[in-house]
Design a binder for this molecule. Sequence first.
Ligand code: AP5
Length: 215
Amino acid sequence: MQLPSLIVLGAPGSGKGTQAEKISKHFGYTHLSTGDLLRSEIEKKTELGELVQGIISKGDLVGDEIVLALLKKHYAGIGDTVLLDGFPRNIQQATMLDRDLFTDPSIVRAIYFKLDLSILKERIINRRTCKDCNEIYNLITKPLSSDGSCLKCGSKNIAHRKDDTSEVVENRLKVFSETFDPILDYYRQSGRLLEVDAQQAVDKVFNDLVNLISI
Ligand code: AP5
């Protein structure tokens, strides 16, 4: 089966990271998340990390050229079996991808994680992530173990993202609403858009994605 190159599209908290990990493991994709790449630069205190830290902590978008350069660096040598998460964030980034990154844009499929935005704030402020194995938790719907450690790897190194506060989430959702429609149109008009109902339980969303990707 020829796998498409994948892009997961959707609002902050719509479950892109959760499903990207599961899909990558299931089909053998390389998962590239621009959010994770940027946070890693901040953690390592690189020059780039220092530059983007303030932007991310406010919930605004980092400059297109900066993120594209970072993505290109990590994309080199991966090939077509890639799953992009967090990129593109605006129409300029969508066109950059087709022009500068993908060798064959026609085999790309963008999957829109569709849901009601009103449920997202609750999801996001309750998110926690294991810094050692990247497992994503939710204090309400997918809690950590009773001693606060990761159920998957046992680590107690658990992160609460700085941009997952109530105030910053509101700005992230505003930025999303202002930039997203043209991206959807871009992939819809080129016949490369798929959709999943992302409001369902995690396992149900995953099953639907497996079916969509396997067609
Ligand atoms: P990024 O890291 O990409 O964040 P995001 O797009 O805002 O998405 P999230 O990571 O918040 O959510 P998600 O959809 O992955 O949800 P998750 O699976 O974790 O970007 C962060 C920042 O970096 C940006 O604001 C920007 O500043 C910068 N940036 C990144 N890329 C950029 C770019 N290309 N250009 C410019 N700037 C860029 O799930 C969320 C929670 O919900 C979890 O607790 C999870 O357990 C729970 N959950 C998941 N699925 C379900 C379900 N089906 N039912 C119930 N709960 C669920």
